[in-house]
Design a protein around this ligand. Sequence first.
Ligand SMILES: [Zn+2]
Ligand SMILES: [Zn+2]
Length: 241
Amino acid sequence: MAYLHIDYHAVLEAFRSHSESCPLCAMISEGERAFWDSTLYGAVGTEGFQDAFLASNGFCPHHTRDFTACNDGVAVTMLYVPLLRHRRRWIEASQRGALHRGWRTLGRILRRRDRRSPGTMAAQRGELASPHDCMLCDRIEMWSDQFLTNLLRHQTDAELRGAVENGTGLCVTHYRRLAERGGGFALRRKQRVPRPAPWLQEFHRDRWDAIVSAAESAVHRPGGAAWRTLITTIEGDSAIR
Ligand SMILES: [Zn+2]
Ligand SMILES: [Zn+2]
């Protein structure tokens, strides 16, 4: 799952098996769990993974919290001792003045041209890292793009439409990405991705209207769960994790 490719059948299956919440949120959660499993049960010990981790300057804060929650001190030490050294080098270099920084920038540019050569050390590749470039976030971007592109490409399929209409549809965050994706190009096939069809737009609009009405009418009834549905519909399942 950590290296999964999301084709049309995966999208159809996701809508069929996650009718109670956003299927893309559910698929991302499954992908994240599989990523941590494969990381802890092997990948963390490989040079390729450790290099990629350094090159992206660690995980984002959200995924750092998830990694911490895995409670694996050995895995954390394997990744974070080199990361601490790597960040220390940055801090120490930035304290050495402008001339030194100029030489380092030139060195980085030269090494960037050479970054794929086998002789380049992991630590040097780490120096080229740009922060906020989490490797798991990168994968989630790719999964989301594949999911939404296939949903738009096959939105006229009766089977898929039936599965969508039997469930709760996408959360607002993922529907917004779907709307932005429509009309763009799929890089590999160089074909324009269709915009969301009228039925897909109406389905989500009606559902959100119903959720707003339910939340507003439940305000004076303590103990209800309508507010929970409201927040997960807007922000996705990660809002309550
Ligand atoms: Zn979602
Ligand atoms: Zn991340």
